[in-house]
Design a protein around this ligand. Structure first.
Ligand code: BGC
Length: 367
Protein backbone atom coordinates (compact mmCIF):
# COMPACT_ATOMS: atom_id res chain seq x y z
CA UNK A 1 0.00 0.00 0.00
CA UNK A 2 2.82 2.40 0.82
CA UNK A 3 5.23 3.19 -1.99
CA UNK A 4 8.35 1.15 -1.61
CA UNK A 5 10.78 3.90 -2.57
CA UNK A 6 12.19 4.84 0.82
CA UNK A 7 15.60 6.18 1.55
CA UNK A 8 17.81 4.05 3.75
CA UNK A 9 17.21 5.85 6.99
CA UNK A 10 13.48 5.82 6.65
CA UNK A 11 13.43 2.22 5.42
CA UNK A 12 15.30 1.17 8.54
CA UNK A 13 13.17 3.24 10.89
CA UNK A 14 9.89 2.09 9.32
CA UNK A 15 10.95 -1.54 9.66
CA UNK A 16 12.12 -1.00 13.21
CA UNK A 17 8.90 0.81 14.11
CA UNK A 18 6.77 -2.08 12.88
CA UNK A 19 9.02 -4.55 14.70
CA UNK A 20 8.91 -2.58 17.97
CA UNK A 21 5.13 -2.31 17.79
CA UNK A 22 4.76 -6.05 17.13
CA UNK A 23 7.20 -6.97 19.89
CA UNK A 24 5.10 -4.99 22.32
CA UNK A 25 1.74 -6.34 21.30
CA UNK A 26 0.53 -8.84 23.86
CA UNK A 27 -0.96 -12.20 22.81
CA UNK A 28 -4.31 -10.69 23.77
CA UNK A 29 -3.90 -8.07 21.02
CA UNK A 30 -3.28 -5.14 23.39
CA UNK A 31 -0.48 -2.73 22.49
CA UNK A 32 1.56 -1.76 25.53
CA UNK A 33 2.10 2.01 25.51
CA UNK A 34 5.78 1.60 26.44
CA UNK A 35 7.59 -1.48 27.71
CA UNK A 36 10.25 0.29 29.76
CA UNK A 37 8.12 2.63 31.76
CA UNK A 38 6.06 1.10 34.54
CA UNK A 39 3.03 3.37 34.40
CA UNK A 40 2.76 2.87 30.64
CA UNK A 41 2.59 -0.90 31.00
CA UNK A 42 -1.04 -0.71 29.95
CA UNK A 43 -2.93 -0.36 26.71
CA UNK A 44 -4.80 2.90 26.09
CA UNK A 45 -7.69 3.15 23.62
CA UNK A 46 -6.19 6.45 22.35
CA UNK A 47 -2.64 5.20 21.73
CA UNK A 48 -3.86 1.79 20.55
CA UNK A 49 -6.25 3.23 17.98
CA UNK A 50 -3.51 5.34 16.36
CA UNK A 51 -1.09 2.39 16.50
CA UNK A 52 -3.59 -0.03 14.92
CA UNK A 53 -4.29 2.54 12.21
CA UNK A 54 -0.59 2.87 11.38
CA UNK A 55 -0.15 -0.89 11.34
CA UNK A 56 -3.01 -1.45 8.93
CA UNK A 57 -1.69 1.38 6.74
CA UNK A 58 1.45 -0.77 6.36
CA UNK A 59 -0.60 -3.91 5.58
CA UNK A 60 -0.02 -5.28 9.08
CA UNK A 61 -3.71 -6.06 9.23
CA UNK A 62 -3.39 -9.07 11.50
CA UNK A 63 -1.83 -6.91 14.18
CA UNK A 64 -4.50 -4.23 13.74
CA UNK A 65 -7.30 -6.80 13.87
CA UNK A 66 -5.87 -8.42 17.01
CA UNK A 67 -6.01 -5.02 18.70
CA UNK A 68 -9.54 -4.40 17.42
CA UNK A 69 -10.66 -7.78 18.80
CA UNK A 70 -9.07 -6.99 22.17
CA UNK A 71 -10.88 -3.66 22.26
CA UNK A 72 -14.13 -5.33 21.12
CA UNK A 73 -13.92 -7.75 24.04
CA UNK A 74 -13.36 -4.91 26.51
CA UNK A 75 -16.46 -3.08 25.34
CA UNK A 76 -18.69 -6.15 25.09
CA UNK A 77 -17.72 -7.26 28.59
CA UNK A 78 -19.00 -3.86 29.75
CA UNK A 79 -22.12 -3.75 27.57
CA UNK A 80 -24.46 -3.96 30.56
CA UNK A 81 -22.50 -1.37 32.49
CA UNK A 82 -22.74 0.97 29.49
CA UNK A 83 -26.49 0.39 29.15
CA UNK A 84 -26.95 1.06 32.85
CA UNK A 85 -24.89 4.28 32.71
CA UNK A 86 -27.03 5.50 29.81
CA UNK A 87 -30.24 4.58 31.67
CA UNK A 88 -29.11 6.31 34.84
CA UNK A 89 -28.13 9.46 32.94
CA UNK A 90 -31.58 9.53 31.28
CA UNK A 91 -33.19 9.32 34.71
CA UNK A 92 -31.14 12.32 35.76
CA UNK A 93 -28.93 10.37 38.17
CA UNK A 94 -25.51 11.78 39.02
CA UNK A 95 -22.64 9.61 37.69
CA UNK A 96 -19.23 10.05 39.23
CA UNK A 97 -16.15 10.23 36.92
CA UNK A 98 -14.79 6.88 38.09
CA UNK A 99 -17.98 5.04 37.21
CA UNK A 100 -17.29 5.65 33.52
CA UNK A 101 -15.32 3.41 31.15
CA UNK A 102 -11.60 3.66 31.81
CA UNK A 103 -9.13 5.01 29.24
CA UNK A 104 -6.48 2.27 29.79
CA UNK A 105 -6.52 -1.47 30.58
CA UNK A 106 -4.11 -4.26 31.44
CA UNK A 107 -3.20 -6.51 28.52
CA UNK A 108 -5.80 -8.96 29.86
CA UNK A 109 -8.44 -6.30 29.50
CA UNK A 110 -8.90 -5.43 33.18
CA UNK A 111 -9.09 -2.00 34.74
CA UNK A 112 -6.03 -0.95 36.71
CA UNK A 113 -6.43 -0.67 40.45
CA UNK A 114 -4.04 2.27 40.57
CA UNK A 115 -5.63 5.69 41.02
CA UNK A 116 -5.65 7.32 37.57
CA UNK A 117 -7.38 10.06 35.63
CA UNK A 118 -9.57 7.48 33.92
CA UNK A 119 -12.31 9.59 32.41
CA UNK A 120 -11.19 10.36 28.85
CA UNK A 121 -13.82 9.46 26.26
CA UNK A 122 -11.75 10.49 23.23
CA UNK A 123 -10.09 7.05 22.95
CA UNK A 124 -13.40 5.36 22.15
CA UNK A 125 -14.09 7.85 19.37
CA UNK A 126 -10.57 7.44 18.00
CA UNK A 127 -10.97 3.68 18.10
CA UNK A 128 -14.14 3.86 15.97
CA UNK A 129 -12.32 6.25 13.62
CA UNK A 130 -9.49 3.71 13.27
CA UNK A 131 -12.03 0.93 12.58
CA UNK A 132 -13.49 3.07 9.82
CA UNK A 133 -10.05 3.53 8.26
CA UNK A 134 -9.46 -0.22 8.58
CA UNK A 135 -12.70 -0.91 6.68
CA UNK A 136 -11.86 1.71 4.04
CA UNK A 137 -8.70 -0.28 3.29
CA UNK A 138 -10.89 -3.22 2.28
CA UNK A 139 -10.70 -5.19 5.54
CA UNK A 140 -13.63 -6.85 7.30
CA UNK A 141 -14.73 -6.79 10.91
CA UNK A 142 -16.56 -9.46 12.88
CA UNK A 143 -20.18 -8.99 13.96
CA UNK A 144 -19.00 -8.62 17.57
CA UNK A 145 -17.09 -5.44 16.70
CA UNK A 146 -20.18 -3.86 15.15
CA UNK A 147 -22.08 -4.73 18.30
CA UNK A 148 -19.37 -3.07 20.42
CA UNK A 149 -19.58 0.03 18.23
CA UNK A 150 -23.40 0.12 18.60
CA UNK A 151 -22.89 0.16 22.34
CA UNK A 152 -20.30 2.94 22.10
CA UNK A 153 -22.49 5.04 19.81
CA UNK A 154 -25.13 5.09 22.54
CA UNK A 155 -22.54 5.74 25.23
CA UNK A 156 -20.73 8.56 23.43
CA UNK A 157 -23.99 10.15 22.29
CA UNK A 158 -25.17 10.23 25.92
CA UNK A 159 -21.94 11.45 27.47
CA UNK A 160 -19.93 13.47 24.92
CA UNK A 161 -20.93 16.69 26.68
CA UNK A 162 -19.57 15.84 30.12
CA UNK A 163 -16.41 17.42 31.44
CA UNK A 164 -13.44 15.10 31.38
CA UNK A 165 -9.65 14.92 31.41
CA UNK A 166 -7.89 15.96 28.21
CA UNK A 167 -5.66 13.91 25.87
CA UNK A 168 -2.86 14.45 28.41
CA UNK A 169 -4.90 13.10 31.29
CA UNK A 170 -4.89 16.51 32.93
CA UNK A 171 -7.09 19.58 33.17
CA UNK A 172 -10.32 18.06 34.51
CA UNK A 173 -13.39 20.27 34.36
CA UNK A 174 -13.61 21.28 30.73
CA UNK A 175 -15.08 20.09 27.46
CA UNK A 176 -11.79 19.64 25.64
CA UNK A 177 -11.97 20.31 21.94
CA UNK A 178 -9.48 17.55 21.04
CA UNK A 179 -11.58 15.02 22.98
CA UNK A 180 -14.76 16.26 21.32
CA UNK A 181 -13.13 16.11 17.90
CA UNK A 182 -11.98 12.52 18.47
CA UNK A 183 -15.55 11.52 19.36
CA UNK A 184 -16.98 13.38 16.34
CA UNK A 185 -14.44 11.74 14.01
CA UNK A 186 -15.42 8.25 15.19
CA UNK A 187 -19.15 8.87 15.11
CA UNK A 188 -19.02 10.51 11.71
CA UNK A 189 -16.95 7.58 10.41
CA UNK A 190 -19.38 4.87 11.52
CA UNK A 191 -22.52 6.80 10.61
CA UNK A 192 -22.46 5.32 7.10
CA UNK A 193 -21.61 1.70 7.94
CA UNK A 194 -24.14 -0.68 6.44
CA UNK A 195 -23.64 -3.15 9.27
CA UNK A 196 -24.89 -0.74 11.94
CA UNK A 197 -28.58 -0.46 12.76
CA UNK A 198 -30.42 2.51 11.27
CA UNK A 199 -30.97 3.88 14.78
CA UNK A 200 -27.24 3.86 15.60
CA UNK A 201 -26.28 5.35 12.24
CA UNK A 202 -28.74 8.17 12.77
CA UNK A 203 -27.65 8.75 16.35
CA UNK A 204 -23.96 8.75 15.36
CA UNK A 205 -24.53 11.22 12.51
CA UNK A 206 -26.66 13.51 14.67
CA UNK A 207 -24.17 13.56 17.57
CA UNK A 208 -21.24 14.21 15.24
CA UNK A 209 -23.08 17.22 13.83
CA UNK A 210 -23.93 18.55 17.31
CA UNK A 211 -20.29 18.27 18.35
CA UNK A 212 -19.02 20.02 15.23
CA UNK A 213 -21.54 22.82 15.67
CA UNK A 214 -20.46 23.30 19.29
CA UNK A 215 -16.79 23.43 18.26
CA UNK A 216 -17.49 25.98 15.53
CA UNK A 217 -19.67 28.12 17.77
CA UNK A 218 -17.72 27.99 21.03
CA UNK A 219 -14.44 26.14 20.42
CA UNK A 220 -12.63 28.81 18.42
CA UNK A 221 -10.67 31.87 19.48
CA UNK A 222 -9.14 34.37 17.05
CA UNK A 223 -10.24 32.06 14.25
CA UNK A 224 -8.22 29.08 15.52
CA UNK A 225 -9.17 26.06 17.61
CA UNK A 226 -9.12 26.53 21.38
CA UNK A 227 -8.16 23.92 23.95
CA UNK A 228 -11.60 23.81 25.53
CA UNK A 229 -15.10 25.14 24.90
CA UNK A 230 -15.27 28.87 25.72
CA UNK A 231 -11.51 28.92 26.32
CA UNK A 232 -8.56 30.67 24.74
CA UNK A 233 -5.65 28.29 25.42
CA UNK A 234 -3.71 26.45 22.74
CA UNK A 235 -2.88 22.75 22.78
CA UNK A 236 -1.09 20.66 20.18
CA UNK A 237 -3.68 17.87 20.47
CA UNK A 238 -6.00 20.16 18.47
CA UNK A 239 -3.99 19.36 15.35
CA UNK A 240 -5.69 15.96 15.16
CA UNK A 241 -8.97 17.62 14.16
CA UNK A 242 -7.25 18.84 11.00
CA UNK A 243 -5.28 15.66 10.34
CA UNK A 244 -5.75 12.79 10.51
CA UNK A 245 -9.43 13.33 11.47
CA UNK A 246 -10.09 15.83 8.65
CA UNK A 247 -12.95 17.51 10.50
CA UNK A 248 -11.56 20.78 9.16
CA UNK A 249 -10.36 21.26 5.62
CA UNK A 250 -6.55 21.60 5.61
CA UNK A 251 -6.61 24.68 3.41
CA UNK A 252 -9.43 26.42 5.32
CA UNK A 253 -8.83 29.36 7.60
CA UNK A 254 -9.36 27.51 10.94
CA UNK A 255 -6.74 24.96 9.96
CA UNK A 256 -4.26 27.54 8.72
CA UNK A 257 -4.60 29.64 11.85
CA UNK A 258 -4.40 26.65 14.21
CA UNK A 259 -1.33 25.22 12.49
CA UNK A 260 0.37 28.63 12.42
CA UNK A 261 -0.31 29.14 16.14
CA UNK A 262 1.06 25.70 17.04
CA UNK A 263 4.17 26.25 14.92
CA UNK A 264 4.95 29.63 16.42
CA UNK A 265 3.93 29.01 20.04
CA UNK A 266 4.57 25.29 20.58
CA UNK A 267 7.22 24.48 17.99
CA UNK A 268 7.64 22.75 14.66
CA UNK A 269 10.70 20.55 15.07
CA UNK A 270 9.69 19.11 18.41
CA UNK A 271 6.28 20.26 19.58
CA UNK A 272 5.26 21.02 23.15
CA UNK A 273 1.88 19.74 24.31
CA UNK A 274 0.96 23.15 25.74
CA UNK A 275 2.78 26.05 27.33
CA UNK A 276 2.18 25.02 30.95
CA UNK A 277 3.39 21.47 30.50
CA UNK A 278 5.69 20.39 33.32
CA UNK A 279 5.47 16.61 32.83
CA UNK A 280 9.12 15.49 33.03
CA UNK A 281 9.96 19.18 32.81
CA UNK A 282 7.78 19.68 29.73
CA UNK A 283 9.75 18.39 26.74
CA UNK A 284 9.04 18.48 23.02
CA UNK A 285 6.98 15.52 21.77
CA UNK A 286 7.94 13.73 18.57
CA UNK A 287 4.46 12.39 17.90
CA UNK A 288 3.01 15.91 18.01
CA UNK A 289 5.47 17.05 15.35
CA UNK A 290 4.18 14.11 13.31
CA UNK A 291 0.59 15.35 13.76
CA UNK A 292 1.83 18.74 12.57
CA UNK A 293 3.43 17.05 9.56
CA UNK A 294 0.12 15.33 8.76
CA UNK A 295 -1.62 18.71 8.86
CA UNK A 296 1.01 20.18 6.53
CA UNK A 297 0.45 17.34 4.06
CA UNK A 298 -3.27 18.14 4.08
CA UNK A 299 -2.33 21.80 3.43
CA UNK A 300 -0.22 20.76 0.44
CA UNK A 301 3.02 21.66 2.21
CA UNK A 302 4.74 18.36 1.67
CA UNK A 303 8.26 19.75 1.74
CA UNK A 304 7.89 21.15 5.23
CA UNK A 305 6.24 17.88 6.31
CA UNK A 306 9.26 15.96 4.94
CA UNK A 307 11.63 18.18 6.91
CA UNK A 308 9.69 17.29 10.05
CA UNK A 309 9.80 13.60 9.17
CA UNK A 310 13.58 13.77 8.71
CA UNK A 311 13.93 15.65 11.98
CA UNK A 312 11.91 12.99 13.82
CA UNK A 313 14.00 10.20 12.28
CA UNK A 314 17.19 11.87 13.52
CA UNK A 315 15.92 11.48 17.09
CA UNK A 316 15.79 7.71 17.04
CA UNK A 317 18.46 6.20 19.31
CA UNK A 318 21.05 3.62 18.18
CA UNK A 319 18.44 0.88 18.57
CA UNK A 320 16.08 2.88 16.34
CA UNK A 321 13.74 3.57 19.24
CA UNK A 322 11.74 6.80 19.38
CA UNK A 323 11.10 8.45 22.74
CA UNK A 324 7.95 10.13 23.96
CA UNK A 325 9.68 13.47 24.50
CA UNK A 326 13.08 15.11 24.23
CA UNK A 327 15.25 16.03 27.19
CA UNK A 328 15.81 19.62 26.14
CA UNK A 329 14.91 22.40 25.82
CA UNK A 330 12.36 21.98 28.60
CA UNK A 331 9.57 24.38 29.48
CA UNK A 332 10.01 23.72 33.21
CA UNK A 333 13.46 22.17 33.76
CA UNK A 334 13.06 22.52 37.51
CA UNK A 335 10.31 19.85 37.44
CA UNK A 336 12.22 17.11 35.65
CA UNK A 337 14.02 15.57 38.63
CA UNK A 338 10.78 15.29 40.59
CA UNK A 339 9.10 13.27 37.83
CA UNK A 340 12.15 11.04 37.35
CA UNK A 341 12.19 10.34 41.05
CA UNK A 342 8.50 9.48 40.97
CA UNK A 343 8.36 7.31 37.84
CA UNK A 344 11.91 6.81 36.47
CA UNK A 345 13.13 8.22 33.13
CA UNK A 346 10.43 9.04 30.54
CA UNK A 347 9.08 6.45 28.11
CA UNK A 348 11.44 4.99 25.48
CA UNK A 349 10.40 3.54 23.14
CA UNK A 350 6.88 4.94 22.96
CA UNK A 351 4.77 2.91 20.54
CA UNK A 352 2.55 5.89 19.75
CA UNK A 353 5.65 7.87 18.57
CA UNK A 354 6.54 5.02 16.21
CA UNK A 355 2.95 4.85 14.95
CA UNK A 356 2.79 8.56 14.17
CA UNK A 357 6.16 8.43 12.42
CA UNK A 358 4.82 5.58 10.25
CA UNK A 359 1.61 7.48 9.50
CA UNK A 360 3.47 10.64 8.53
CA UNK A 361 5.89 8.73 6.31
CA UNK A 362 2.99 7.08 4.50
CA UNK A 363 1.05 10.35 4.13
CA UNK A 364 4.08 12.04 2.57
CA UNK A 365 4.58 9.14 0.14
CA UNK A 366 0.96 9.33 -0.92
CA UNK A 367 0.79 13.13 -0.91
C1 BGC B 1 -0.18 10.89 27.73
C2 BGC B 1 -1.38 10.18 27.14
C3 BGC B 1 -1.00 8.82 26.65
C4 BGC B 1 -0.27 8.02 27.72
C5 BGC B 1 0.31 6.72 27.19
C6 BGC B 1 0.43 10.01 28.80
O1 BGC B 1 1.52 10.66 29.33
O2 BGC B 1 -0.54 12.11 28.29
O3 BGC B 1 -1.90 10.92 26.07
O4 BGC B 1 -2.15 8.14 26.25
O5 BGC B 1 0.80 8.78 28.21
O6 BGC B 1 1.17 6.95 26.12
Amino acid sequence: MVEKIMNDQHTALCKASIRIIKENQADSGAYIASPNFRVYNYSWFRDGAFIADAMSEYDENKSALDFHLWATRIILEREEKIASLIRRAKQGEEISPDEHLHCRYTTNGDESEEIWTNLQLDGFGTWIWSLDKYLQRGNQLPVATYRAVESLVGYLSSFWKIESYDWWEESFGHQHVANLGSIAAGLEGCSTWESLSDGSKKQAAQTAIEIKVLICERGLVDGRLAKWIDGTELDASLLALIAPFHLFNGTGSVSRKTVAAVMSELGTFGTYRHKDDDYFGGGRWLLLSCFLGLCLVSMDEKEKASEILNWVARHANDDLELPEQLEEPLLHPEMRAEWIERWGPPALPLLWSHAMYLSLYSAIQKG
